[in-house]
Design a protein around this ligand. Structure first.
Ligand code: SF4
Ligand code: SF4
Length: 160
């Protein structure tokens, strides 16, 4: 797998297998790959970059070993650094939750796309087993993940 979008020949196999493209016709990985070569500045301002669900289907389908997922991820990183107004409001909430709990949501809650929370019990869902999340937060802290996010964004919002 590689980052080299120059080997892409715009066959669109990535887009035809992308679950996000099914629900959002404006999200087309093959177009993102093509535009990343020539339209980087405008591309990082597009909110639908954040619709990618990280499923990796695009890179598994690519005959050229390009990873649209990695290209989208790089663009999101650039977007976070340079035009934070286009980053979904839930992103920093998510980072703070991971920092505090090691999970992307509290175990006992369900979070909607608008970041409304519902208790599992109220929805009639069974409790989930205890998970040792300390190792996750320790590993991410050791890797400097949280420091890097704050440093790149110039934000202190993930700090306690
Ligand atoms: S599947 Fe690969 S070669 Fe085809 S358009 Fe997507 S990135 Fe390009
Ligand atoms: S990783 Fe993102 S771009 Fe690739 S197929 Fe999944 S949702 Fe689409």
């Amino acid at each position: 797998m590689n980052f080299d979008e120059t080997t892409c020949y715009i066959c669109a196999k990535c887009t035809s297998g992308c679950p996000t493209a099914v629900y959002d016709p404006t999200f087309k990985p093959h177009v993102i790959v093509a535009r990343s070569k020539v339209d980087h500045e405008n591309l990082i301002e597009e909110e639908n970059l954040w619709s990618c669900v990280l499923c990796k289907r695009c890179e598994r389908r690519c005959p050229q070993n390009v990873s649209p997922l990695l290209i989208v991820t790089e663009l999101k990183n650039e977007s976070y650094k340079h035009c934070k107004e286009h980053v979904p409001k839930g992103f920093e909430v998510l980072i703070k939750l991971v920092k505090d709990t090691g999970l992307a949501s509290r175990e006992e809650t369900i979070i909607t796309a608008d970041f409304d929370e519902f208790e599992r019990e109220d929805l009639g869902l069974p409790p989930i087993p205890n998970i040792n999340t300390k190792v996750i937060t320790e590993a991410l802290t050791e890797l400097g993940f949280f420091d890097k996010i704050c440093e790149e964004s110039g934000s202190t919002s993930t700090e306690e």
